[in-house]
Design a protein around this ligand. Structure first.
Ligand SMILES: [Zn+2]
Length: 154
């Protein structure tokens, strides 16, 4: 690792520790040429998952965004944040298992609904109603009936 001050490649590691989130190793290095210290971070590099949105735009998969959507759906429901975290991690893991690094936002929405369905029916219906963007109350009601019929949640 080249020293950012003098450009020498002669450096030594004086301290290594995990970052707070445990997702990186932080190393303090000292330049053996000029004596200055600097920090480097070592992280796992994985290819990003690319999400194709409804309008065709692409964006990087963002676990936080999914978590936010799920949290909104689970508001005031008896669901731990931890369980949401686990669900999001499982979704990400399932996405990484696939051959393609591209996924449509619709598929992700379906995956989220699948998780919520097993967690809490109210949260599930809330999410589905936002996600499916129902045009009117009637369509929404129909969909709910369909959901309840399909999953026997009366
Ligand atoms: Zn130096």
């Amino acid at each position: 690792m080249r020293c950012p001050y003098c450009g020498s490649v002669d450096t030594k590691v004086v301290d290594s520790r995990y970052s707070e989130d445990m997702e990186a190793i932080r190393r303090r290095r000292e330049c053996l040429n000029c004596g200055k210290r600097f920090t480097t971070y070592e992280r796992v590099e994985i290819a990003p998952i690319i999400v194709i949105k409804k309008n065709g735009e692409k964006e990087e998969f963002n676990a936080e965004k999914i978590k936010k959507g799920m949290k909104r759906a689970c508001e005031k429901r008896p669901i731990n944040e931890e369980d949401i975290d686990i669900a999001v991690r499982e979704i990400e893991r399932d996405l990484r298992k696939r051959d393609s690094i591209e996924v449509s936002s619709m598929e992700i929405g379906e995956m989220v609904m699948e998780k919520l369905r097993s967690m809490d029916k109210v949260a599930y219906i809330r999410f589905a109603s936002v996600y499916r963007e129902f045009e009117d109350v009637e369509t929404f009601q129909k969909e709910i009936n369909l959901i309840l019929e399909k999953y026997g949640g009366r």
